[in-house]
Write a protein that binds this ligand. Structure first.
Ligand code: 1GP
Length: 245
């Protein structure tokens, strides 16, 4: 089964959770431990990515460790075209729709396409939009961030992603954000589009995860929490709230 089908099948049953692991932040061995802990907490898949410091080596070793230890799909969440690995199960082939840098919108994707084809890596197309505060990914991506009250603009991006035929749409407040994407924005985008909606950035509590799910997120991503917390019960409470269990 493709990774895309795996995700769609799970999303059809309700909101899912994905754990984001930055391969530059710990050894592959520790990344494997985190993935195992998250698998036990109920996570559905692992994203591997970071805005800086991702290399073919740390990407490959981290993907292998995640798969070995947790059995979960390891999906590359790329920050650029530099590092690719056949050890991942698939890659989010994304367009940073509100970047002012044409390379982030389309250039890197064109550069990477022949390599992805040759390597046989599954690509899952995704529209990616940075919402205030945007954090490092907003800066590095030179994004014109969508303000928290620009709900119609967020909806327009979501519709454009769907009209382009993208498989997924991601609203990103930025890793470590002090405020997640507002529930009213999630609600409006969800109402307007029929492709799965991913929400991430600043979700660190069961309350925030539940608010995103209740507003209509199909996929909830948490990253920073996993680096800061090794309390399996707390992690489980966040994943359960994300999935509405
Ligand atoms: C980043 O949305 C994700 O792409 C995760 O954000 O690190 O704040 O959980 P956090």
């Amino acid at each position: 089964m493709t990774v895309k089908q795996y995700l769609l099948d799970r999303i059809a049953k309700g909101t899912i959770h994905m754990a984001l692991i930055d391969p530059d932040k710990q050894s592959a061995e520790i990344a494997g431990d985190i993935a195992k802990r998250m698998k036990d907490a109920g996570t559905d898949a692992v994203l591997i990515g970071g805005s800086t410091g991702v290399t073919k080596e740390n990407l490959s070793s981290t993907a292998k460790a995640i798969k070995e230890r947790s059995g979960l799909p390891a999906i590359h969440f790329p920050g650029g075209p530099d590092a690719l690995s056949t050890d991942v199960d698939g890659i989010l082939y994304m367009c940073m729709m509100n970047s002012m840098d044409l390379k982030k919108v389309m250039g890197y994707q064109v550069m990477a396409a022949p390599y992805l084809k040759k390597l046989g890596i599954e690509t899952i197309s995704m529209g990616y939009v940075i919402v205030e505060p945007g954090m490092k990914v907003g800066e590095v991506g030179n994004a014109k961030v969508v303000k928290r009250d620009e709900i119609d603009l967020a909806v327009a991006y979501g519709l454009a992603a769907e009209m382009y035929g993208m498989s997924l749409f991601y609203l990103e407040a930025g890793s470590g954000a002090d405020r997640p994407v507002p529930p009213e924005m999630i609600r409006a985008v969800k109402k307007a589009i029929s492709i799965p909606l991913i929400v991430g950035g600043g979700i660190r509590t069961p309350e925030a995860a539940a608010a995103a799910r209740e507003a209509g997120a199909d996929v909830i991503v948490t990253g920073t929490l996993l680096e800061r917390c090794d309390d399996g019960e707390y992690l489980k409470s966040v994943v359960k709230a994300a999935k509405g269990l």
